[in-house]
Write a protein of this length. Structure first.
Length: 57
């Protein structure tokens, strides 16, 4: 993740998932923070579908 497009792509993919209340992408840290009670597997899949690796997944 390195640019505004990355932020937009991940946010757009994760935000509509059931249980997601908020999405924050921190480019400097390379971290995505999701608030709410979403299915972790669905969040991981959505991020991976955007072409990004999810460490520990």
């Amino acid at each position: 993740m390195s640019c505004g497009h990355c932020v937009s792509a991940i946010t757009s993919a994760v935000r509509p998932l059931p249980g997601v209340e908020g999405v924050e992408v921190d480019l400097d840290a390379g971290v995505v923070r999701v608030t709410g009670t979403p299915d972790e597997g669905a969040v991981t899949a959505a991020i991976e579908d955007c072409g990004y690796d999810v460490p520990g997944a």
